[in-house]
Design a protein around this ligand. Structure first.
Ligand SMILES: Cc1ncc(COP(=O)(O)O)c(C=O)c1O
Length: 201
């Protein structure tokens, strides 16, 4: 698909800015898909420590792009940021020096938890989905007589579980679950959601 998108962009000489922050969380193989910069000469890839490296909050990321783009980005960055925080730099360096271990841990969590979520989905008559092939979130379509906002507010108030309403993503009728948390918490959360759905069905 990326190759097809690159072919369309190439026809008009357009750049493609590709947010690759979830690179490294695929459910199959090594976990890492091809980057846009490996297949398109005007590809721009950005990523950070926040997802595959499990270090959201460090405020540290990177960009890979053609040299002329990097030069302009560097000037702009000097203007508004100057330097990365030293503590962020310290901890990101530790993680990157242990990249293989950190990424393997993330893959174990996302793959184990998605299997847990998939098994649970089989037991839920009011929910349907397209099982994700990468990332840390899934969209669940629900068959209940309420808006996604009411669904999420009731769920939060009654059970303490938080989903994102599809309406916030222009997808009414859906809720979004993040499944990359602690496996025991995910299991307990799903149990509570089962009870909630049974009560409201
Ligand atoms: C697709 C995507 N890109 C980027 C980010 C943000 O990453 P960072 O906080 O490191 O800028 C997020 C975080 O929610 C995200 O979901």
């Amino acid at each position: 698909m990326l190759t097809e998108i690159a072919a369309i962009a190439r026809e008009v000489g357009a750049y493609i800015l590709c947010d690759e922050v979830y690179r490294g969380t695929d459910q199959q193989g090594s976990g890492t898909t091809t980057s846009i910069v490996d297949i398109y000469e005007k590809g721009i890839s950005t990523a950070s420590m926040s997802k595959a490296y499990s270090l959201a909050g460090l405020r540290l990321g990177w960009i890979c792009a053609p040299r002329n783009v990097l030069e302009r980005v560097a000037v702009h960055r000097d203007y508004d940021t100057i330097s990365v925080g030293m503590l962020d730099d310290h901890f990101a360096t530790m993680a990157l020096e242990n990249r293989d271990k950190v990424l393997a841990r993330s893959l174990t969590i996302t793959r184990t938890n998605l299997a847990t979520l998939a098994a649970w989905m089989e037991t839920q008559p009011t929910l349907s989905w397209i099982k994700p092939r990468s990332g840390t979130t899934a969209l669940l379509k629900f068959d209940l007589p309420m808006s996604s906002y009411d669904f999420c507010m009731s769920l939060l108030n009654e059970t303490g579980v938080m989903f994102t309403p599809g309406s916030a993503l222009d997808m009414e009728g859906y809720v979004r679950i993040g499944y990359a948390n602690n496996p025991a918490i995910l299991q307990e959360g799903l149990k509570r959601v089962s009870d909630f759905l049974a009560r409201h069905a």
